[in-house]
Design a protein around this ligand. Structure first.
Ligand SMILES: Nc1ncnc2c1ncn2[C@@H]1O[C@H](COP(=O)(O)OP(=O)(O)OP(=O)(O)O)[C@@H](O)[C@H]1O
Ligand SMILES: O=c1[nH]c(=O)c2[nH+]cn([C@@H]3O[C@H](COP(=O)(O)O)[C@@H](O)[C@H]3O)c2[nH]1
Ligand SMILES: NC(=O)CC[C@H](N)C(=O)O
Ligand SMILES: [Mg+2]
Length: 524
């Protein structure tokens, strides 16, 4: 069988904002890769069996003491290395060149003159100048620069401000670029990465949706044998794709459990049941646990406590459903790679726990069921591509994500069933107007939030003293950072008027203009 993980690239993370972007570009080129922090146990680097290593950029300066270093295991692996920005500076310094700060900084667009004599950039150019040199439009973001090449390296690129913007040691297959090939503003970026991956590292392009599905179904069959698998199905993108995948892999051994916890959007429960009956023909059990969740949440106003209660109840419900059926040994979930990276960051103590996502950090330590998580290695956009390939309807595949704790983290403070009803209607008005205006697909996630603060309004000459609804809409690629969506004023005006006119329990509507950071996407 084709081993789609055999050609694998290791990305060492030095803290760049773009590390996940590098990984997604490598995957787009059809090559499997993983991200590890630069100071991971060196044995993990040696044992990874990479065909090549990419060193990311990063906020630190190699000239500072205590700056992140190059693990010996990278060079010892004797495979091609590509350093990007901080990665290039680190290679230069570690191999005997020099790096200095305090020169002109370059942020944003730059034109580089590519010296096309190296394997990495040969014949890749946007234009050619009068002297016959290739020119490339790239994107830069740095303050430090390499000022002397290490022995054995040739100059590969320069800009008007930075004489050494790229370097190559073709003999040892070590390359460095000061610019960022992973961002789309670098027009030839994907070709440059492709050159490194395919020509220099010798990787094929087996990482395709079709092969991933083939591989995942085979692995699941081997993992679970004849046992039954209970899938926690939310109707969101990730668990829906898992449903389609498992249905293909193990057919009737799959039982899906959808929990209506009373914290879902308007009519969501019925919609999820219908979508699965119409499109997949899979067996879905709906558990009506609204009262149980409400009772457990009553009187609790702390966001983390609310999340933990919900995480625990989910698992209790799944355990109970499993006990009712015979032979269920596995719990399948729609966990994806960013969930894993984030919780690894949290568990190594490097990252702060901002909030406990219910399906990873919120899981109880002792679990009766063993986990099946076939999407653990995939990014959201890959999950979506798989969903389309598996025949899921477009509207399921491109739905905005919805958190498991649902409306509980969108009603600040105590969860109140009546407030939940108000919030559901307000949210539905916002979302249906977004769809009507053709804006739904232009934002990554949008929802309403219920604020437990009352304000005074005047409606039909009467006084209204009622809570406030906040609208939130963001644009993001990976949900790690986000920009608030600059929705048209006329549109917000229409949504605001509809909410206050149609819902008596709302006095006014506000729009959230905070990015992530410093805010998070959800309010709790
Ligand atoms: N109401 C629910 N009933 C059953 N399982 C759920 C429910 N809500 C969440 N889950 C489980 O928790 C996992 C994580 O939730 P998450 O919201 O991250 O993913 P999703 O709902 O599948 O996709 P999306 O991110 O698009 O909402 C889901 O994949 C699913 O396995
Ligand atoms: O399944 C989930 N369980 C959770 O506990 C959870 N908390 C946040 N989210 C979603 O994660 C993304 C980032 O959200 P934050 O900026 O609020 O952390 C956004 O898409 C959030 O909707 C969750 N999803
Ligand atoms: N984007 C980067 O990797 C920047 C590297 C380094 N911090 C610099 O300013 O030059
Ligand atoms: Mg969800």
């Amino acid at each position: 069988m084709l081993d789609i993980h055999a050609d694998r690239i290791l990305i060492l993370d030095y803290g760049s904002q773009y590390t996940q972007l590098i990984a997604r570009r490598v995957r787009e080129a059809g090559v499997y890769c993983e991200i590890l922090p630069w100071d991971v146990d060196p044995a993990m680097i040696s044992n990874f069996n990479a065909r090549g290593v990419i060193l990311s950029g990063g906020p630190e300066s190699v000239t500072a003491s205590n700056a992140p270093t190059l693990p010996q295991a990278v060079l010892a692996a004797d495979v091609p290395v590509l350093g990007i920005c901080y990665g290039m500076q680190l290679l230069a310094q570690s191999l005997g060149g020099t790096v200095e700060g305090g020169h002109t900084q370059e942020f944003g667009y730059a034109e580089i003159r590519a010296r096309g004599h190296t394997a990495l950039l040969r014949d890749i150019e946007d234009r050619v100048n009068d002297e016959g040199h290739g020119l490339l439009d790239v994107w830069m973001s740095h303050g430090d620069r390499v000022t002397a090449l290490p022995d054995g390296f040739k100059l590969m690129a320069s800009t008007a401000d930075v004489p050494i913007a790229g370097m190559a040691d073709a003999e040892r297959n070590i390359y460095g670029v000061q610019f960022h090939p992973e961002v789309t503003h670098t027009a030839q970026g994907q070709r440059i990465l492709g050159r490194f991956l395919h020509d220099i590292c010798g990787c094929g392009s087996a990482w395709t949706p079709g092969n991933i599905i083939h591989d995942a179904t085979a692995r699941v069959r081997e993992q679970v044998g004849q046992d039954k698998v209970l899938l926690a199905l939310s109707g969101g993108v990730d668990s829906s794709v898992v449903a389609a995948l498992l249905h293909k892999a193990i057919g009737d051994q799959l039982v899906c459990v959808f929990v209506d916890n009373g914290l879902l959007r308007l009519n969501e429960g019925d919609q999820v049941m219908k979508t699965f009956a119409d499109h997949l023909g899979v067996n879905v059990i709906r558990v009506n646990a609204q009262e149980r969740f409400m009772a457990a949440l009553a009187g609790e106003s702390d966001p983390e406590a609310k999340r933990k209660i919900i995480g625990r109840l989910f698992i209790e419900v799944f355990d109970e459903e499993a006990a009712k059926l015979s032979d269920v040994k596995w719990l399948a979930q729609g966990t994806i790679y960013p969930d894993v990276i984030e919780s690894a960051g949290a568990s190594t103590g490097k990252a702060h726990v901002i909030k406990s996502h219910h399906n990873v950090g919120g899981l109880p330590e002792q679990m009766k069921l063993k986990l099946v998580e076939p999407l653990r290695e995939l990014f959201k956009d890959e999950v979506r591509r798989l969903g389309l390939e598996l025949g899921l309807p477009r509207e399921s595949v491109f739905r905005h994500p919805f958190p498991g704790p649902g409306l509980a983290v969108r009603m600040l403070g105590e969860v109140d069933p009546q407030a939940a009803d108000t919030l559901r209607v307000a949210d539905d008005i916002f979302i249906s107007e977004l769809r009507a205006a053709g804006l739904y697909d232009q934002v990554s996630q949008a929802f309403a939030v219920w604020l437990p603060v009352k304000s005074v309004g005047v409606t039909g000459d009467g006084r209204r003293y009622a809570p406030v609804i906040a609208l939130r809409a963001v644009e993001t690629i990976d949900f790690m950072t986000a920009r608030w969506a600059h929705l048209p004023y006329e549109f917000l005006d229409k949504v605001s008027r509809r909410i206050v006119n149609e819902i008596e329990g709302v006095s006014r509507v506000v729009y959230d203009v905070s990015g992530k950071p410093p805010a998070t996407i959800e309010w709790e």
